[in-house]
Design a protein around this ligand. Structure first.
Ligand code: SAH
Length: 380
């Protein structure tokens, strides 16, 4: 048995002092604790990295998003100043590929100012190294609220899945918040609050309300979604959110831990493994729409990237490839990004766009029915 991490000692201290800790608080500490959190203390994408995201799989992903941004900017009337905001940019790979793709549109290149929202000091410095050569103004912020006013195009890939979730378990007398305490073997273990959450049923979507005893419901603080919607409504612009998740709210536990490229127990090695949970796109849309922004999608990542022309881009890259291995790499990346298999991202990942009404229909969402529920949810 390895030594407990400093974060584990801190969580044990808090449980001893105040009793079992809500899942959301545990997740927030594991990911974002300034001293010991997973994102605040390391580069999770290093060679020993824990997971691989779409922009790290292929340059095609960021390039297509760059062209998406340029098209949205045109739809906005090509304003002379446009903020390009990325939430949780990781290593900066997506933005780097996007900026390369937009170099052929000089008016856009000159109009854009880049704002990066990230809590990780290690990743911030990596983003700077990756992006400074473009010469575009760069600045960093801890949250979207800190980004100065003005029309913006906002990108979030695998950002919302890293925000803490709360869980509740249904019992005869109502929904009880799920907590983390100390089990009989001395290790962290799930438990539930003694009293049900008052009037919780009233806040739930009907499908969740009817769930059976023992069902687990997960939800996030919806303020980030509401802030996003308010910003778009007040300042203009559009957002693109891509993440793994489901189209309709439902029950089921999706909290997962990944460490060193393998699934782990979410309750072991706090701060040393990545914790994420499915994004509930219906809940996200409710928050955004409540603040007056328009919503498009979600559609599957496969549908989105195909509509943006990923197959044509792949064909071009294959023509330019100088070896058979390079051709095979392009094919493998394409299959991973838009494939519908269980280990592919095409169906599991969804894309949604939120806009100011003046923007019109964003690229890729042309035939998507406005509002959620059109993509066909593969379930969880
Ligand atoms: N978009 C990147 C990285 C995804 S990982 C990619 O697709 O490769 C999640 C990113 O969000 C990391 O950069 C992490 O540091 C950042 N992050 C996590 N929680 C955050 C929070 N609460 N506020 C701001 N950034 C956060």
């Amino acid at each position: 048995m390895s030594e407990p991490s400093l974060l584990e000692i801190e969580i044990r201290r808090r449980i001893a002092a105040a009793g079992p800790m809500p899942v959301g608080q545990y997740m927030a500490l594991c990911l974002g604790d300034p001293e010991h959190g997973y994102y605040t203390t390391r580069d999770p994408f290093g060679v020993r990295g824990d997971f691989i995201t779409a922009p790290e799989i292929s340059q095609m992903f960021g390039e297509l998003i760059g062209l998406w941004m340029a098209t949205v900017w045109t739809q906005m009337g090509s304003p002379e100043n446009i903020r390009i905001v990325e939430l949780g940019p990781g290593r900066g790979t997506l933005m780097n590929d996007a900026l390369r793709a937009v170099q052929m549109i000089p008016a856009f290149r000159e109009a854009l100012v880049v704002h990066l929202v990230d809590i990780s000091p290690a990743l911030r410095s990596m983003q700077e190294q990756t992006l400074e050569h473009w010469g575009a103004p760069l600045s960093w912020h801890a949250s979207l609220e800190e980004v100065p006013k003005g029309p913006a195009i906002i990108i979030a890939n695998e950002f919302f899945d890293a925000l803490p979730i709360n869980q509740a378990v249904k019992a005869e007398d109502g929904w009880h918040e799920r907590q983390i305490g100390i089990g009989e073997n001395g290790q962290f273990a799930y438990t539930t609050a003694r009293d049900p959450i008052a009037h919780f049923d009233m806040l739930l979507p009907p499908t969740v309300r009817q769930a059976g005893i023992g069902s687990i419901y997960e939800w996030r603080d919806n303020r980030p979604a509401m802030q996003l919607g308010k910003r778009l409504k007040d300042e203009g612009g559009a957002a693109l959110v891509i993440d793994y998740g489901h189209t309709a709210s439902g029950v089921g536990e999706t909290l997962q831990a990944v460490g060193r490229h393998a699934y782990a127990d979410p309750l072991s090695e706090p701060g040393d493994v990545d914790l994420t949970a499915h994004v509930d796109f219906a809940a996200l849309a409710i928050g955004v729409q409540a603040m007056g922004a328009e919503i498009f999608g979600p559609i599957t990542q496969a549908e989105f990237l195909t509509r943006l022309g990923i197959e044509t881009r792949a064909a071009t890259l294959k023509k330019k490839a100088t070896s058979r291995a390079a051709v095979a790499d392009v094919d493998a990346a394409l299959a991973r990004l838009v494939g519908m298999g269980r280990t592919d991202m095409g169906e599991m990942f969804k894309a949604a766009s939120f806009t100011h009404a003046a923007v019109g229909v964003p690229p890729g969402f042309e035939r998507a029915i406005r509002g959620s529920g059109n993509a066909g949810d593969p379930g969880r």
